[in-house]
Write a protein that binds this ligand. Structure first.
Ligand code: NCD
Ligand code: ZN
Length: 335
């Protein structure tokens, strides 16, 4: 069985910097036509100068692949209209992190509501710059995303023209609000379509599956599968592939993040085939995002075949999901 995907896009990707970038960038740039690049470096990307030089480093590390990194700024409450107007041609969106909620987010925002963030959100709305949100409160770990729903609703109501993307949703509650507000959209990862908290911590602890937001219950996973497999027009694929060196994952104090970029398309094909929805994969991994972002990626064809692929145990210093295991689909050609 074969499948061709046109210009797949990864709408939530961590590539990191330095030596790590040299490992990660080619893995995404070979298989994807474009990706939304997260800005949570240390220090975070908050100026155009940083952003432009980071993009240059990504393109250098990406070799000669046809690949567009869609850059993001790390949300600051003092971005004004003039700055954002200047930034707009260089960015795909702005990523809002609650302070301290995940990797490298200490410079995030302490209070998230439309009044506190009015200046920047008004400018973003006027300029049609998407707001990408890590939607978790600092409550109990399993409740954080559910508690954030009220914040999403308040923002969606008060900024009806602002495109709000709920990043890496993991709960049924998040799925349920998608249809209630025209301006809410969502990315869904590969791993949240496959695992629950049981896979992370129900048996022996599996640090390489530990991420933020933490995987939830079966009911939540089913709700995510429902909208992903049917390629609901308001959801798109964002891997949230988040590499950390092995020493930081297999550690007392494990860093959050699952590394999926090199296996994402193959395992998505496996999953969509298993559920009889292969014909919806193109929309989930590219077409929906093109419509939501109003963006046309460079032309690239990725040819997949249902033949076994043994996932490498490591890529550089990073352990991927399914390390050393056999997956059912392979990428056989890209052009
Ligand atoms: C991400 C990272 O490591 O940068 N970690 C994760 O668990 N997903 C940050 C994020 O998206 O939360
Ligand atoms: Zn992320």
């Amino acid at each position: 069985m074969q499948l061709t995907i046109n210009s797949p896009m990864d709408m939530h990707l961590h590539l990191r910097d330095g030596d790590m970038l040299k490992t990660t960038a080619p893995l995404s740039s070979h298989y994807f036509a474009a990706a939304i690049i997260m800005p949570n470096l240390t220090p975070p990307i908050t100026s155009l100068k940083q952003l432009v030089s980071y993009k240059k480093r990504i393109l250098e590390a990406a070799k000669d692949e046809l690949f567009e990194p869609l850059m993001t700024l790390f949300f600051k409450n003092d971005y004004d209209y003039a700055f954002l107007e200047k930034a707009k041609p260089s960015i795909g969106g702005i990523k809002l992190y609650p302070a301290g909620i995940t990797t490298n987010s200490s410079a995030g925002v302490a209070t998230i509501d439309s009044q506190s963030l009015k200046k920047t959100l008004t400018a973003m709305s006027d300029l049609d710059i998407p707001l990408l949100v890590h939607g978790e409160t600092n409550g109990f770990v399993m409740d954080r995303e559910r508690e954030f729903v009220a914040i999403y609703e308040e923002l969606a109501q008060n900024f009806p023209n602002l495109k709000i993307i709920m990043e890496h949703i993991t709960t049924k509650d998040s799925v349920d609000i998608l249809n209630r507000y025209d301006n809410l959209y969502a990315t869904i990862t590969l791993h949240h379509l496959l695992i629950t908290l049981d896979d992370v911590a129900g048996g022996k602890l599996r640090p390489h599956l530990f991420c933020k937001p933490i995987a939830k219950t079966n009911k939540d996973k089913e709700a995510l599968l429902n909208v992903a497999l049917s390629a609901h027009p308001k959801v798109m694929f964002g891997s949230d592939s988040a590499p950390h060196p092995r020493s930081e994952k297999e550690a007392c104090g494990c860093a959050a993040g699952v590394f999926t970029a090199p296996i994402a398309l193959q395992v998505l094909a496996q999953l969509f085939e298993k559920h009889g929805n292969l014909n919806n994969l193109q929309s989930f991994v590219s077409d929906n995002a093109q419509l939501i972002y109003g963006y046309t990626p460079p032309p690239k064809k990725v040819f997949l075949e249902k033949k076994p692929f043994i996932v490498p145990k490591t890529y550089g210093d990073v352990v991927p999901m399914y390390a050393g295991q056999k997956i059912e689909w392979s990428i056989v050609d890209v052009n």
